[in-house]
Unconditional design. Structure first.
Ligand code: NDP
Length: 246
């Protein structure tokens, strides 16, 4: 039977590439979308036209009860989740001087609390079955910090603390927990940055002098989800065009 992979935020730039890659490898792919997302059905239809039969469930990953309800429905209607990719995330960039408590809370809840909210209802099943993969999508800016991202850098760095601690707890049950830290990938989150900032500040920081492609990150996720990656756990894998070389 096909393994079931749940990708949070699977309708976003990176999430879509991950869904497509995993479907091509034979996983049954399930995604979440925000309850406020009115174009979820259009996305499903357009994917279906391209030959992908994804299932999608509304879920506010920042809300504990919404996450529990969503996973319970998936479990009942499709089955227990084998691979969880905590990918949903937001930014609320501004200098610390301008940042308000609401900007901090929104990012911490969506980018960090979500990891607890979504992992909580799937982890016990994985441990019980003796196989599982949890992959947390962090960011290069959680590793090195970034101007205007105290909230985002803190949430993304916190995610890897979670990865390492949970990896220790479930290692003997063949459940792996890893972090992937992409650099700048050409999705709408990054394309929302003004072009002159991309050209003058961001691309010059990347030794490969280009943005990454969502498909490149999806390939790494596919490896971590596979049986071949059974000995990789508690790792934070950078995929950033060489940004750590400097
Ligand atoms: P997008 O903005 O394209 O996608 C983000 C996804 O998150 C959307 O599908 C959105 O769903 C979902 N989402 C946001 N808030 C919630 C919520 N409260 N509940 C449920 N879903 C939610 O971003 P990317 O694809 O670029 O980013 C994906 C992940 O990769 C993020 O965690 C991001 O931080 C990380 N990342 C991205 C990088 C990049 O260069 N693009 C670099 C490093 C890390 P909906 O549209 O339905 O609201």
């Amino acid at each position: 039977m096909a393994r079931i992979a749940l990708v949070t935020g699977g309708m976003g730039g990176l999430g879509e590439a991950i869904c497509i890659k995993l479907a091509a490898l034979g996983y049954q792919v399930v995604t979440t979308y925000s309850p406020s997302n009115t174009s979820a059905n259009d996305w499903l239809v357009s994917m279906e036209r391209q030959g992908y039969n994804f299932r999608a469930y509304p879920c506010d990953v920042a809300d504990y009860d919404s996450a529990q309800e969503c996973v319970a429905r998936i479990r009942q209607e499709i089955g227990a989740i084998d691979v969880l990719i905590n990918n949903a995330g937001i930014t609320r960039d501004m200098s610390f001087k301008k940042m308000q408590k609401a900007d901090w809370d929104a990012v911490m809840r969506t980018d960090l609390d979500s990891v607890f909210n979504m992992t909580k209802p799937v982890c016990d099943d994985m441990v019980e079955r003796g196989w599982g993969r949890i992959i947390n999508i962090s960011s290069v800016n959680g590793q090195k910090g970034a101007f205007g991202q105290t909230n985002y850098s803190a949430a993304k760095a916190g995610m890897h603390g979670f990865t390492k601690a949970l990896a220790l707890e479930v290692a003997r049950k063949a459940v792996t927990v890893n972090t992937v830290s992409p650099g700048y990938i050409g999705t709408k989150m990054v394309m929302a940055i003004p072009r002159e900032v991309l050209d003058s500040k961001i691309i010059p920081q990347i030794p490969m002098a280009r943005l990454g492609q969502p498909e490149e990150v999806a390939g790494l996720i596919a490896y971590l989800a596979s049986d071949e990656a059974a000995f990789v756990t508690g790792a934070n894998i950078a995929i950033n065009g060489g940004q750590h070389i400097y």
